[in-house]
Structures are given as C-alpha cells and as structure tokens.
Design a protein around this ligand. Sequence first.
Ligand code: BGC
Length: 762
Amino acid sequence: MKTIDIKKLLAELTLEEKAGLCSGADFWHTKAVERLGLPAIMVSDGPHGLRKIRQMPEQIGMGESIKAVCFPTAAALACSFDVALLYTLGGTLGEECQAEDVAVVLGPAVHMKRSPLCGRNFEYFSEDPYLAGELGASYVNGVQSRNVGTSVKHFAANNQETRRMSISAEVDERTLREIYLAAYETIVKKARPWTMMCSYNCINGVYSCENDWLLNKVLRGEWGFDGFVMTDWGAMNDRVKAVKAGLELEMPASGGMNDRLLVEAVNNGTLSIEVLDQAVERILTIVKRYYEGKVEGIVFDREEHHKLARKMAAECAVLLKNDGILPLKETTKVAFIGEFAVAPRYQGGGSSHINSFKVTNALDAAKGYSMSFAKGYEALNDEPDLSLIQEAVNLARDAEAAVIFAGLPDHYESEGYDRAHLDLPACQNVLIEEVLKVQPNTVVVLHNGSPVALPWVNKVKAILEVYLGGQAVGEATIDLLYGKANPCGKLAETFPLKLQDNPSHLNFPGTNRTVEYREGVFIGYRYYDAKAMDVLFPFGYGLSYTTFDYSDLGLKVINSDGASEQNGRLSMGDTDQLEVSLKVRNTGSVYGKEIVQLYVRDAEASVGRPPKELKGFLKVALAPGEEKTVTFLLDKRSFAYYSTDLGDWFAESGAYDILIGKSSREIVLEASIELQSSQKLPLIFDDRTTFADIMAHMDDPSLFYQLMAEGFTSAAGASMSSEERRMFMEIIKATTLHSARSLAGIGMPLDKLDAILESLKR
Ligand code: BGC
C-alpha cells in the first residue's frame, strides 16, 4: 500500500483543492485528489450498530443501509455500568467498519439527559456526566483499537430536538463545564478520539460550528484534542468563521459554494493560508491513519455479533420491581401479551436506525415453555381495541401468570422531535389495568428509550426495563424472565414521579430562539436530591435475583511524593489521591453482578453544590457466598467544582463525605475526609467585596473578628458578652468595603481593615 506524505501533499495541493478537502465529496465520503494519489475515506453512523449506506450516485444518502447488527442503544448500554462491555462493543463495531471499509463511526453521542422528553435520549447515555464520560471513553478506545476512528457527538449542549438547528442553549460556564462538557472532556483526555462532530445549535448565541471558545480554546487548548472537527450534517453557518474557530470538515457538502468562500477569503486576506493548511493537515492526518493502518481480510460475522448483542442486552436490562414472581418457572402457565412480544421495539428512529439482518422476539425465544400469546394492542394505534383486550384478559385468566410486553411505539420517540408527555399509549395502560383485574401475577416488560409514567406500578408483581435493547432483546428478555441470566443493570437516569418534577420542566424546550438552562448544575438526581423529592425510581437503582452485602469501607491517602498513609489521618491535599476500598459479598443463592457506586458530597460547600455526585462505579461479578474487595481511586477532580473566578477546577478546603451506594438513594457505607486545597480563589477588591470574602482568604479568619471586635468595643468603650460577640461576628459578614467607610464614624477600624487587605495582597 502506498503511504501518504502530508508535507508533500500540502506543498502540491492547489488552494482550490485545499478548500475542497474541507468539505465532503458526498453524504458519506471525504474528497480524494486523484492526481496526487490521495484517497477518500468513508464515515458512517453509529452509534449502536453500523449504518453504512449503499452508495449510489442518485441517492442523497438516505438510502438503504447494509444489513447489519443492532446492538442495545446507548440508553440501555449505560445501565450496564460496564466499561468492559462498552470496549467490547466498540471493538466489535471497529471490526465491522474494517470489514466494510468505513474509517470513522459517527458516535458515540454523549449528551446529558436534561429532560426525559428529548426525542433522542435513547441515543444518549445518562443524566450523569461522569458515567457518560467513562462509558464513552471506553467505547471510543474499543473502536479505535481496530484502527477505526470515532466522531464524538454532538459537541455540545444539544439536549433537545425541538428547533435543534437554531436554538441557543443559554448555559452558564460552570454548568457547561461540570455537566454539559464534562463527558466530552473525559473522552478526549482518556481516549483521544480521531474526530468530533459539532452540534447544530448555538451555545450562548454562538453556533457550535464557529465557536472559537468551544473548539479552539477548550477542546484543543485545554483538553489537547488532536483530531479534526466535522459539522453535523448541514450544521455549517459561516464557513470562514468556522475554519478560524477550529472546524475543519463541513459535512456533507455545499456543492462547492462554501469551498469557494474559503478560496476567496485566502485571496482577499481575511483568512490566512496557514489556518487553511492546518485544517487540511488535520484532516489528512486522520485519512493517513486509517488508510495506512487498514486491516485486510476481516469478515463481518453477523451471527456471532448477534450472539454478542443478546448477551449485552441481558447485561443492560434493569429489574425495577419484583415481588418474588421472577424468575418464572418453565412449567408455569404464562400468558404473553402485547405486540412487542412478537415485534419488539428495539431501536429508535433517525440517523442511528440500523437495518438489522435479523430480529429475535420473545415469543419465539420462549418456544418449549408453557406459554400462550395474545396481541392485546396494536403498536400503531393508541386507542384501546376492546376485542384485543378481551382476548388478552381471557388468556390471562386461564393462565398462572401474565407477562405484558409494553413500551413506546416507534412514532413516540425519534431524532428530529421531542415527546410531549411521559405516558404510554392509552391502549397499553387500559390493557394492563384490565389484565390485572383477572390476573394478579402480572409482570410488565418495558421497551422505551426514556422514562415513562407507570400508573399501575403498585399493582403489578414485577417490572423489567429492557429499554431499546437491540435486535436480540427478545431472547435476552426470555433469558432474564426465566432466570437463565440474572438482571444486573441499574438506571443511568431518574424516573420521576411526574413530568412536572423534572428540573428542566419550566424551561424545556424553551422559546423560539433560546432555551435557558436555569436549573444550572442541578440536573437529574442532583436536583431531586437537593430538593429531597420522592422519585419513582432513582438514579443507580436496579434489583437482582440475588442479594449483596457491603462492608469494611477503608480510606487511604496516597501522597504525590509516592508515600502512602493508612487510615487514621483522614486528611489529604488536592494533589494527593484517595484510595477507597470496601468488600462486597453475594449473600444470595445465585450468581450475580452488582454495580457499586461511589458518590462524593462536599459537606461544607461555599457555593451551591449537589448533595452528592457520582465519582466512581464498578461492576463486580460474584458467585453465591463469594466476597471481593472493590477499590476506587479519587483525585482532586472528584472533589472539585468549576470556579469561574479561578478559571479552573477548585476543590476547596474542608470536609467531604465518601458515600458508597447500591443506588443514589441507598447509601450503605459512609466515611469522611478533610481536604486541604493548594489553591485560593482570587480576591477581587472592590466596593462590593464583603467581610466574608475577605475572611475566606485569611489563613486565620478569627483574627479578622478579633481586630474588628476590638476596634468596635474600644470605640464604644464597652466590652461584649460572648453572645453579643457571636452575633456581631455573624452580622458583620455581609459588610462591604463601601459600607465599611460609612461606618467609620461609629468605630469601624479602617486602619486595621486596610492592614488586613494589604497583607492579603502580598
Ligand atoms: C445527525 C447525526 C448523524 C448525521 C449523519 C444528523 O442529522 O444529527 O447524529 O451522524 O445526521 O447521519
């Protein structure tokens, strides 16, 4: 194979060719330059399967894609909390891409689930940026281990489908950094994705494609991204501004119009050739990497990958309720009810839609068991069909148990539009209520890409959430219902009691042009916890057919000089690491996997912070009676918030709680640590600087009180009781520098205040 000499190419390419390389040749390819021997590469969607469109010149890219394997969607995958599983999936997709000569998978999509209504939530991992970042990084590492690139999308703040191409997400910087950018940051730093895809929307009024702060400053400057950025399909706005802002590749193509603008800009001096060269070089670096590392002879083994999809679907499902009815016995006479038992909803609509080479359903997978079937409802019709319901009721009455396959039909959630409510179709809710009247042993299996309302939750015996679990979800469901597999997923998002409880509710999907993220960092469980609200099912929650016991929580500070300290001195610096260990035991009678979660709480926060945030998780497999030690490593970032005053992450001095949970609402072990920060927030001296601000910067704030109290009491010629002194100390905290001056006449010791300010400036 020929090699690609980028330096030589840059010297030989004409200006027109360089500009041309910065946009696609068609829907799915970069441009080739035949006269110089430069090949094109192909990109394809993603993220949970390969959607390679058969390339036909007359098609605009929306044509049929090749037969492929649909794995569980991201909403399901995230519930596995399993980084190894995500790596395996990535590697498998990478292999499929090599077999099909696809250089870049367009994914993963790592948006935060701000509202359960977002039509594309099924493609996103979580409401938690730590979880999404870790899973996304592992996926990217998996794909790229096969010398195939990824395009982490859609950068950034594309958290709704309503007006997705024009809306401006109005988000303060701290919220952006802590919630909406954090998963991308983790992926860029841990997995070095080959490419990123910018979002359609604006952030604080600036289109992502031309956002210099986002692309040049944060993505490249701060995180060290070294690939190229492409637009989402049709997301280009101002071409010249975009290339300057660090957007290299326009997709798919403007028919040459935008390329000509680049040429013009270089010719008239508004764009330097160096900036264009740099963009071309970044694109060519990826073309070269794929082309020269191309692996020949790989076969896309669909049947093998289907088996993997089945195993994965079982690892992702979440058992939400079980009054002991599950697992079912093979001999129990069960009525299977619902269209999804024969035609499962297993993926969502839009660009991620996979042309599955086969789909297996629960009814077929349960052949040989004592089971019968009634359709119960039509997926395409929301209205209850009384004859279908009656048939299902009759069947359920004659059986020993009923399993109702429910969920959201295709038209309920898709790329391109958001949901209007959380309800299941009326026909399904009526069906479930009617079946419950004759059959108390009723189980519901849910197929949905995002939380739904469950009005009958207290009446059914069990609920198994399989999300949109990929083409093998039917088999996986049977494995789980009958105990061939033990449920081991936990929710990667909160199920609220009602839509109105969601923190974005009053500001979703926004007005004509803007959507304000007024809830700030309080997204998902961060909000429900802060408001001490009841939820239907909390973040991190999921049941198993076995039980687990946690014990022996231990903390160990690892100093940056290499020495480590044992328990006892529970104090660490912000350059130290904290090792957290505990034991988990399987106390039941079957093999199972437990997802251990570590949350950190800033117990003395000086800014508004969520009561707890996920900073570690681990899935551990245990045989009955088996015990394992689980270890986490925390660092400054685990404790920090983003300080806009500092322009950096800041773990302020004080006490922090380390919380170990079976879910975000079931904390079983707890310990505390004292952290000493090496950073100080900059003190801005102006008229509105308060005494509290000043004290926060003093090594010994009590000195401030002392000097003030002395000044006042000597002016008043009296002494203060300890009660008065305590009140005085609280009251003066709000005093500002400008009010201090107007209090000088009643004893404010300005000379002492000035001396303190001087000492702090030094
Ligand atoms: C979607 C992207 C997708 C692209 C190409 C866009 O409409 O937002 O996620 O990768 O199309 O299909």
